[in-house]
Each structure stands twice: as structure tokens, then as C-alpha cells.
Design a protein around this ligand. Structure first.
Ligand SMILES: O=P(O)(O)OC[C@@H](O)[C@@H](O)c1c[nH]c2ccccc12
Length: 270
């Protein structure tokens, strides 16, 4: 990928910052909380598997939430979140490794480290149950190879969510050995969100791969739409965080984790 083209300026700036950020120190070794088990437990419990994202701000958000991330995490879990995602990118998303560490200590659900990992050493920053690798960013000149990073992450104990946006990227993820694939409805080139992206790309992901719909999911209807298209789980940030407002994060989460059950009740009622 020529990353001077086709990528939104805000995303280019994120990528430039990621290139500059060093790695951690000692090699991380983690005993992860199983994402697959958490999804299964949620399903058995009648909850839609939702990964709720703690994102104090973002290039596309209005405003910033300054609440204690641990409070937010606890409200999300109380609202039925199956797992949490914590942004650790400091410059554009207001995240930090320390925040992730505090959140992971405070809850017992799996925690995804959401960052822009380009080199193996950047895996050695903080223990998390899952790390994100973004196919598109790993095509940029001078970054580590996706398959190598996937192996390096697994050797440290991490589960790996590989993020895609197109059928071609899904193929690359599969070739690299991904077993958890996310399809991002947000185009990192334009930052526009289209839930049709997941619907178009999902059929290319084989059974047996855990499939996650990411971004732009706002309402219970959106949840059902993504579930109908094959999503095993959903990654939801803004609709839960509600940037700039002080609404009820637990209620925001519950509305989305109850989407499948509410739909069944509505069907039986009528
Ligand atoms: O806030 P949303 O639209 O619910 O999206 C959450 C998450 O999918 C989004 O933060 C995200 C997914 N992949 C990314 C890659 C970079 C930055 C952000 C993201």
C-alpha cells in the first residue's frame, strides 16, 4: 500500500504516530481469557455478544468523555457486554496502556487491546486477552508481515483479531492464518461508515472463523442486521460511549446486548 494515497489525513496521522512509537520492554506473556468461551456463555445466557469499546475520543467523535474508564468498564459489563475493547493509542484516541491495565484488573471479561501495532516490539506494551492487527496498515512499507505478527502475538499468548474491510483483505487474513476476523464498516480511506460493507464481505469468511462486525452499529436494528449477515459478535464504541453526553452507559449497552432477545419477544408478542 502506498500510504500517502487513499487514506484519510486523520488516519495517516495515526499511522505516522504509530511508526514513531517504540515498543515495550520485556516480552509479554499472557494467560488469556477466552473470547470464544465468553461469546458462547453470552449466547447461552440470551445475550448478544457485544465487545464494548472504551474510546475516550476519536478523530470522528465529537467531544471527549473524561469519566474514569474503570467506571465505564463496569457499567458496560453490568449492561451485559461480553468483552471490552480499550484503545491504547494516546495521541488520537486518548488511550493508554495504563488504562487498559486498570480496566483488565477491574473486570473478568476478555479485554481487547485496540491499537495500531506495526512491529513485533509493539506487542510488548501491556497484557491483554486479544490484540488487534489491521490488514490495511500492515501493507504499508516497512511494517512487519501480517503472518509473522500473528505468530508473534500468539507466541505471547494473545488471541488475535484481524481487521479487514474488503474481500481481498479477508483473503489475506485467512492466508496469514487468522481465526478471528473483523470486518470494519468504516472505510479508513474516507472514514465513512456503511453497514453494507459487512453484509458484502461476510459471505467470504468461512464457517469456523469467528466473525465480528465492527463500527457504525448504533441501534438494536443495526445489531439484528449484522447478526442476520452472519456476525458472531459486534464491536461497538460510539453508540455506547455517547461522546459529549453524560447518558447511561449501562443502559446504552443493555439496549444492544438485548437486541436478539427483544426481537424474539416482539415476534412472539405479535
Ligand atoms: O465507535 P464505533 O463506530 O462503534 O466503532 C467502534 C470500532 O469498531 C472502531 O473504533 C474501530 C474499529 N477499527 C478501528 C481501527 C482504527 C480506529 C478505530 C477503529
Amino acid at each position: 500500500m502506498d500510504d500517502s494515497e487513499e487514506i484519510a489525513p486523520a488516519v495517516q496521522s495515526i499511522l505516522d504516530a504509530a511508526r514513531e512509537r517504540g515498543g515495550g520492554g520485556d516480552r509479554v506473556s499472557v494467560t488469556p481469557r477466552s473470547l470464544a468461551d465468553a461469546f458462547e456463555a453470552a449466547e447461552n445466557d440470551g445475550r448478544t455478544p457485544v465487545i464494548a469499546e472504551i474510546k475516550p475520543t476519536s478523530p470522528t467523535a465529537e467531544g471527549e468523555r473524561t469519566d474514569d474508564p474503570v467506571d465505564l468498564a463496569q457499567q458496560m459489563v453490568a449492561g451485559g457486554a461480553t468483552a471490552l475493547s480499550v484503545l491504547t493509542e494516546p495521541e488520537h484516541f486518548g488511550g493508554s496502556a495504563a488504562t487498559l491495565e486498570r480496566v483488565r484488573d477491574a473486570v473478568d471479561v476478555p479485554v481487547l487491546r485496540k491499537d495500531f501495532v506495526l512491529y513485533e516490539s509493539q506487542l510488548d506494551v501491556v497484557e491483554a486477552d486479544v490484540v488487534l492487527l489491521i490488514v490495511r496498515f500492515l501493507e504499508a512499507e516497512g511494517t512487519d508481515d501480517l503472518a509473522d505478527l500473528l505468530t508473534a502475538a500468539r507466541e505471547r499468548g494473545f488471541q488475535v483479531l484481524v481487521e479487514t474491510h474488503t474481500a481481498a483483505e479477508v483473503e489475506k487474513a485467512l492466508d496469514a492464518g487468522a481465526d478471528i476476523i473483523g470486518v470494519n464498516n468504516r472505510d479508513l480511506g474516507e472514514l465513512a461508515v456503511d453497514l453494507g460493507t459487512f453484509e458484502a464481505v461476510a459471505p467470504d469468511v468461512p464457517e469456523g472463523v469467528t466473525l465480528i462486525a465492527e463500527s457504525g452499529i448504533q441501534t438494536a436494528d443495526d445489531v439484528l442486521r449484522m447478526r442476520d449477515a452472519g456476525a458472531d459478535a459486534l464491536l461497538i464504541g460510539s453508540a455506547i460511549m455517547d461522546h459529549g453526553e453524560t447518558t447511561d452507559v449501562e443502559a446504552n449497552t443493555r439496549r444492544l446486548t438485548d437486541a436478539d432477545t427483544d426481537a424474539i419477544e416482539t415476534t412472539t408478542d405479535t
